[in-house]
Design a protein around this ligand. Structure first.
Ligand code: SF4
Length: 265
């Protein structure tokens, strides 16, 4: 089976334990207004003009985003770093976009990794049917599960979809015994509000089964050039980036509630 991948990051250290290879799958059903990877939203392979400077000359060339790759060929790429994964307790992380969007390809990749003893992580928005998530969970050692906004109207407004499926999938995953790290992207003007922090803590405190840990991810305003090249509107252009120090108080609040918390991925 073939999938569409738009990037492969080697020697990643923020996408799960140890040294990892992170595979970015194309396509996402959400449209978060602060998205760092706007090139990932479309499920199709696409191309955009890219300006290249050589000396005092400027050229414009087309850059293709996404390529089709088979399970066998992607496994061959992953195997190149297997020694580093084994020695560091790392593995492979599937990210996106939303990797569950290509769930049949994802499932085959997860099965192939497990057959070779490679640790697997899936970085997901949780926006998929439970039947898909349940199948994927059988071959996923760790979920990196995004929790953006608890209030549904705000979630719809800022991500384009309701969070009801996301929240119920998270509860079901935890109850099924899956290992889950929650990831909360804190974005000034969107998710980083007292109201959302209070509601997120209330939601997590009410869970019958608690997640393994929580990562607080400060937003960095670094994707403007991508929006420009793709001629997409960047509503968060100019939005202030957050630094780790600004999340110290929030971390203390989550830790006081009994959670293991890390700032950054
Ligand atoms: S879920 Fe992730 S990839 Fe999809 S739009 Fe939101 S930030 Fe971008």
């Amino acid at each position: 089976m073939n999938g569409i991948v738009f990037d492969i990051k080697r020697f990643a250290v923020h996408d799960g334990p140890g040294i990892r290879t992170t595979v970015f799958l194309k396509g996402c059903p959400l449209s978060c207004r602060w998205c760092h990877n706007p090139e990932s939203m479309s499920a199709e392979i696409c191309s955009f003009p890219k300006t290249v400077r050589i000396g005092d000359k400027t050229f414009t060339e087309e850059e293709t985003i996404g390529r089709e790759i088979s399970v066998n060929n992607l496994m061959a790429e992953i195997r190149k770093e297997k020694i580093f994964m084994e020695e560091s307790g790392g593995g492979v992380t599937f990210s996106g976009g939303e990797p569950l969007q290509q769930y049949e390809f994802l499932l085959e990749m997860l099965q192939a990794c497990h057959a070779e003893g490679i640790h697997t992580a899936v970085d997901t928005s949780g926006f998929a049917s439970w039947s898909v998530l349940e199948k994927v969970a059988q071959y996923t050692d760790l979920f990196l599960y995004d929790l953006k906004l608890i209030e549904d109207t705000a979630h719809k407004h800022l991500t384009g979809v309701s969070n009801q499926l996301i929240l119920s999938n998270l509860q079901r995953l935890l109850e099924s015994g899956a290992n889950v790290r929650i990831r909360i992207p804190f974005v000034e003007g969107a998710t980083f509000t007292d109201k959302n922090i209070d509601e997120t803590l209330d939601f997590l405190n009410a869970l019958a089964i608690k997640p393994e840990a929580i990562d607080l991810l400060p937003y960095h305003n670094t994707a403007s050039h991508k929006y420009e090249r793709m001629k997409m509107v960047n509503e968060f252009d100019g939005m202030k980036s957050l630094n780790k120090g600004e999340l110290t108080d929030v971390r203390e609040r989550f830790e006081s509630a009994g959670f293991s918390v890390k700032i950054g991925g």
